[in-house]
Design a protein. Structure first.
Length: 584
């Protein structure tokens, strides 16, 4: 078996394979690379020694059976017996479900998660979006401090268990998307610096020196990241990748890293004959992120739309602190703007930032499925002081807008039944100084916003993770069961009615009035009352109620009487109104 590693600054490199040392020689075809043939097979343990130093795991390790600091293990990607070929499932028409393997079940493993896949299939989900699964120190964590970007966290079950999960998901007709982190690694367990210039002090990020995308040596670093992305899509039969915080990828080169990545993914898609896609997390509100490469864009296929979340969150909660302030000041009109123009901040003034932000999405025909819409995510729940979720009442209203929007909907695990369990920030660092610093920093941050330090959960306390696990007795309980049926009905209606899944922003009209919002999409009307009092919402054509929570009343006029915090989906009786017709 051929062992290869990039270590341009080393004078001598040795591979330790199953305890046997092998001297490596320079690769004559690739500067800075070392190689050697050694007897090894599936499961063989190995490490690299640079200039006589301590053994280090392979930067491109496919498995870390003893954690980030231990030796790597060989993985034969052809050894797994897939049940059947997977034709792939593209993004248009999708309904995504963000899932954290470590808290989706109390067991926190891929195999335990498999048992809950029928629930997602019955719900109407099309794709599971896994939060990061790369190895990180300890057992429990969010996954965003991962290292070994080509490997799978062993406590979750390792590579074989991940493939079993994906295979089972495919058997239920579910695609799988993986969240990957390219903007930083570690810091704990990060063994890349001894090998080469994986990081640069030319740029700085919230996590320290930036990943080297444009300094000397960056060709190999970019290849390392792109190669890992392609390996996930190819070897694990994934349908797409979610790219964490791409605004933190500092790249001054003429060919941006994200454009190079999207080109490579589109090429792999053509070679495999199945759709593949990339979803960016970006706070830039820059339509060039998803614009085609031939039009000067980066060519990514979609991005999270936090503007929709913030407008929705302020409408259902009344919160106005921090970045919610801009949206709270506008009221439901913020939602009306986002639903018809894609972004709220599209070159407009942001009082939170103290400057103008974003730019217009572009022509009205830009498909809005390139924007993901959601009421909750791991970020928006977990980065609250106590990890509190929206209430079932709030979610009932929010779901009507998420699941009838022109955007690609995404749910956060447990949202569909109004999970009472929080989802909190938790870590499992074995470095006591780092662990203490994280606990202090977390409590200090929220104390500055008015929280008592003792009320902020300790990320290092195992109870914090345990509290964050879903309670699977809840979906059948009163109050939760009814909300779950509401989600199922909305998803089924979206799937059955093409107008409700249309990504055309120019066919959406939205009218805000007081604490209400009225949306027209072809023959459909979506009505929402955010207030604590009943609201009368006028219509100019007779409609039939398709779905409502709680029950609403049709009044003469015609009009609809919505209860407090109520939502309804109606269809015009003539069903011939042109797409985008304003109904009053």
């Amino acid at each position: 078996m051929l062992f290869e590693v990039w270590a341009p600054g080393a004078r001598q490199v040795e591979a330790l394979v199953d305890g046997q040392p092998y001297a490596m020689g320079p690769d004559p075809a690739r500067a800075g690379w070392w190689r050697v043939d050694a007897a090894a097979g599936h499961g063989s343990r190995y490490a690299y020694r640079l200039d006589g130093g301590e053994p280090l795991p392979d930067p491109r390790s496919r498995r870390q059976p003893d954690g980030p600091d231990g030796p790597s293990a060989v993985v034969d990607q052809d050894a797994f017996g897939w049940t059947s070929p997977w034709p792939g499932r593209g993004l248009p028409g999708a309904v995504l479900y963000e899932l954290h393997v470590g808290t989706f079940t109390p067991e926190g493993t891929f195999d335990a998660a498999v048992e809950r896949l029928p629930h997602l299939a019955r719900l109407g989900i099309t794709h599971v979006e896994l939060m990061p699964v790369c190895p990180f120190p300890g057992t429990n964590g969010w996954g965003y401090e991962g290292v070994s970007l080509w490997a799978v966290h062993e406590p979750y079950g390792g590579p074989e268990a991940m493939k079993r999960f994906i295979d089972a998901a495919h058997c239920h007709g579910l695609g799988v998307v993986l969240d990957v982190v390219h903007n930083h690694l570690g810091p704990s367990g990060n063994h890349l610096p001894p090998f080469g210039p994986y990081f640069t002090d030319r740029h700085h990020t919230p996590w320290g020196d930036a990943v080297n995308l444009d300094a000397p040596g960056s060709d190999e670093v970019r290849d390392f990241l792109i190669g890992g992305a392609l390996a996930w899509l190819r070897d694990y039969r994934l349908d797409g990748l979610r790219l964490d915080a791409v605004h933190a990828l500092v790249d001054t080169r003429a060919l941006h890293f994200l454009e190079e990545l999207s080109t490579a993914v589109d090429g792999l898609s053509a070679a495999l004959g199945r759709p593949l896609f990339l979803i960016a997390e970006s706070d830039l509100n820059d339509p060039r992120t998803t614009a085609p490469r031939e039009a000067g864009g980066l060519g990514l296929h979609a991005q999270w739309n936090d503007d929709f979340h913030h407008a929705l969150h302020t409408a259902v909660t009344g919160e106005a602190q921090g970045y919610y302030g801009d949206f709270a000041a506008a009221g439901p009109a913020a939602l009306a703007k986002v639903l018809t123009r894609g972004f709220f901040h599209d070159g407009t003034w942001s009082s939170f930032r103290g400057r103008h932000h974003g730019r217009p999405l572009g022509p009205s025909t830009v498909p809005a499925h390139r924007l993901l819409g959601y009421a909750q995510t791991h970020d928006q729940v977990g980065n609250r002081a106590t990890g509190d979720r929206l209430t079932p009442e709030q979610l009932g209203t929010a779901a009507a807008l998420v699941l009838t929007s022109p955007f690609t909907p995404m749910l956060f695990m447990g949202e569909e039944w109004g999970a009472a369990t929080p989802w909190q920030f938790f870590t499992d660092h074995d470095d006591p100084e780092l662990a203490a610093a994280i606990t202090r920093g977390r409590r200090r941050e929220f104390a500055e916003h008015g929280w008592a330090e003792e009320d902020v959960p300790d990320p290092q306390d195992p109870a914090t993770r345990n509290r964050s696990c879903l309670d699977w007795t809840e979906p059948g309980a009163s109050g939760h069961r009814e909300l779950l049926e509401w989600y199922r009905a909305l998803i089924a209606l979206r799937r059955a009615e093409p107008e409700l899944a249309s990504p055309r922003l120019d066919t959406v009209t939205a009218t805000a009035g007081g604490r209400t919002l009225r949306i027209a999409r072809g023959p459909f009307r979506v009505l929402v009352n955010f207030s604590d009092s009943p609201a009368r919402i006028p219509l100019n054509t007779p409609c039939d109620v398709l779905l409502a929570r709680p029950a609403c009343r049709i009044l003469p006029g015609p009009a609809v009487q919505l209860p407090p915090r109520g939502a309804a989906v109606l269809r015009a009786r003539d069903a011939v109104s042109a797409p985008g017709t304003v109904d009053g």
